[in-house]
Design a binder for this molecule. Structure first.
Ligand code: IPD
Ligand code: CA
Ligand code: CA
Length: 261
């Protein structure tokens, strides 16, 4: 099966979302609270609608799972599910901090087989099709070769229940902060993972993520030669919330540090 045809639709849709994001960046748009510190803007909804319209036009029978609208089922029992984060990095976007993207992954029979992520501020398009590598603006990307965590640049993020839950990642953050070269908290898990795929980061960990944060980005990491597991080094699933992604070379070191709790 030629999966590239699906990628074409994903690219068209993330680019349209990116066009909207860039056009409205810094505008005075409406912002609502989904939780105490969890925001959603008018632009998230606008991008989501644009993406759904494009996917439905090309594949009306396919299932869709998207962050703001939830699960959009079709009458048929489809093998295909499009998993969408219309705007990853909403807090950044709401503050006019230019670090965000749109992300679309396609699952076929429960496995992610195509993905596209677009950062409109830098005009960077990350794409991948299962078995065919990962690309940035059409050029093949690969994970870094850093094998010593002392020299590793790591990325992470914190869950929206950081104020109330003990599982808020602050423990791991402290443990990594004194063992890695440095840590960044950019505010877009999807871009963090694409940057890992491109060799800009060497490792990434986060908990309480959602399928739309990990669908396209996990494929892009795998296809760039990266390794993905849960925190214990066990099997990864985009539905499990927890993700440890590295260049492979510092993976065991990161598992060991995560064990410190
Ligand atoms: C969030 C961002 C952030 C991460 C959060 C995500 P959103 O996604 O990716 O970096 O730390 O866990 O929920 O809400 O901006 O789509
Ligand atoms: Ca997200
Ligand atoms: Ca989002």
């Amino acid at each position: 099966m030629n999966l590239k045809i699906f990628l074409k639709t994903a690219v068209k849709a993330v680019k349209e979302a990116g066009r909207i994001q860039r056009e409205r960046f810094g505008e005075n748009f409406k912002i609502e609270h989904k939780g105490e510190i969890n925001l959603v803007t008018e632009v998230d909804y606008q991008c989501e609608k644009a993406i759904i319209d494009i996917i439905k036009r090309d594949y009306p029978e396919h299932e869709i799972l998207t962050e703001e609208a939830g699960s959009v089922k079709t009458s048929s029992n489809s093998r295909y599910k499009w998993i969408i984060d219309p705007l990853d990095g909403t807090t950044n976007y709401a503050h006019s901090y230019p670090c965000f993207c749109a992300s679309i992954g396609l699952e076929m029979d429960g496995e992610v087989v195509a993905g596209a992520v677009y950062n409109s501020m830098l005009d960077e398009l990350f794409t991948s099709v299962k078995g065919e590598g990962a690309y940035l603006n059409g050029n093949r990307i690969r994970v870094s070769k850093v094998s010593d965590i002392n020299k590793g640049l790591l990325a992470t993020g914190f869950p929206y229940d950081i104020r109330h839950s003990k599982e808020n990642n602050l423990n791991h953050f402290c443990n990594f902060a004194v063992r890695a070269q440095a840590i960044r908290r950019p505010g877009s898990a999807v871009l963090d993972l694409c940057y890992l795929a491109a060799g800009r980061f060497d490792g990434f960990w986060e908990l309480k993520l959602y399928p739309w944060d990990m669908a396209a980005s996990s494929l892009i990491v795998k296809e760039s030669g990266g390794m993905i597991t849960d925190f214990k080094g066990g099997e990864f699933s985009i539905y499990k919330g927890e993700m440890l992604a590295t260049n492979g070379l510092i993976h065991q070191d990161m598992v060991d540090i995560l064990k410190l709790g």
